[in-house]
Design a protein around this ligand. Structure first.
Ligand code: URA
Ligand code: SF4
Length: 319
């Protein structure tokens, strides 16, 4: 029996499942354990392959949604399904009566046991301007993240901004200082903005989730990726900001922000760097998150990621 530790995210499961599949480890020999902050491979590789084997896109979409569920057996169910898709029947998902397929689908139906957070909507005053929104957000209890964080980190910048940039969530420094992108990721961000010729005081910068989600490890607070339910709970704040600002250009920094705006089908490696109209802005684009640059494996990869971020921000500056 092999115990595999993963972060409770689709990406972490996928990386582990690929390796297991490549090594031919059958599902019955795997025990899945959730941990936070397991070393992650930085760049998600080809989204439609698993250990070299092609799997249907439909499975990846289902798996991504199932990963956001709370049932602790979901990782096992997902690997079981993946194994059977690769080794038994590529068309397995079409068989709605198969017990494994049914278990997979059951993960996607929220049950009464799942903590349903009411979300931020009830905390948003109608007719509020940006300053009032920010004040109201300071009192938000739309999900559980307010419990452990220091404060709400609302967006900051010019109310006349034509360009709005959205990150994932505040980090340790942002949580302490109460402003977005002021920590290490903020340094990379500021350097790239300056190089692209974008003046930060003319922009508006915010995050998809307004409270810092972390795991305490001794003195350190380790960033945790927000769940889909937390993203959904917090989305009304982002929507309220965007409704007031009506930006010409909207920039999503990283996969979480991109999914909040483009939906969960969005894949950063494939879909970044192109403008597309959304209901929020005629020119919406996604690029790498400045933290991805910091997490690069070596200097070469860091430089490459920074280069892509800068290229995309230059497109924004020209738009
Ligand atoms: N990362 C983010 O996504 N946002 C911040 O504000 C800081 C780091
Ligand atoms: Fe409210 Fe968002 Fe904070 Fe949750 S993360 S409490 S929804 S502001």
């Amino acid at each position: 029996m092999k115990t595999v530790e993963i972060e409770p995210t689709f990406e972490s499961w996928q990386a582990a499942a690929r390796a297991l599949l490549r090594d031919g480890v059958p599902p019955a020999d795997v025990r899945w354990r959730e941990a936070s902050s397991v070393e992650q491979p930085l760049l998600p590789s080809e989204p439609s392959s698993a250990g070299g084997a092609k799997v249907p896109r439909q499975f990846l979409d289902l798996a991504r949604r199932a990963a956001a569920a709370t049932d602790p057996s979901r990782w096992q169910i997902l690997y079981d399904t993946l194994w059977r898709l690769v080794h038994e029947d590529r068309e397995l998902l079409k068989n709605a009566r198969d017990p494994g397929v049914r278990r997979l689908h059951a993960l996607l139906t929220p049950t009464a046991a799942e903590p349903e957070t009411a979300g931020a909507a009830a905390f948003i005053p109608s007719g509020a301007g940006l300053a009032e929104l920010k004040a109201a957000a300071a009192r938000c209890k739309g999900c559980d993240l307010y419990r452990h964080a220091t404060q709400t980190v609302f967006g900051r910048g010019s109310a006349d901004a034509r360009i709005v940039l959205v990150g994932e969530q505040p980090g340790d420094q942002e949580d302490l200082q109460g402003a977005p992108f002021v920590g290490p990721a903020g340094e990379v961000f500021d350097r790239a903005l300056a190089e692209a010729g974008l003046a930060r005081e003319k922009l508006y910068v915010t995050n998809a989730v307004k409270h810092f989600k972390f795991e305490q490890r001794g003195k350190r607070r380790i960033h945790q990726t927000p769940r889909a339910s937390e993203l959904n709970a917090c989305r009304p704040w982002l929507e309220a900001e965007l409704t007031l600002l009506k930006p010409e250009v909207l920039v999503c920094l990283g996969a979480t922000a991109a999914r909040a705006i483009f939906g969960d089908k969005f894949r950063i490696t494939k879909d970044r760097g192109r403008f597309a109209p959304t209901r929020w802005a005629p020119k919406t684009i996604a690029t790498y998150h400045p933290s991805a640059v910091l997490r690069g494996e070596d200097d070469a990869q860091k430089a490459e990621l920074y280069g892509m971020l800068l290229d995309d921000l230059r497109k924004v500056a020209r738009a």
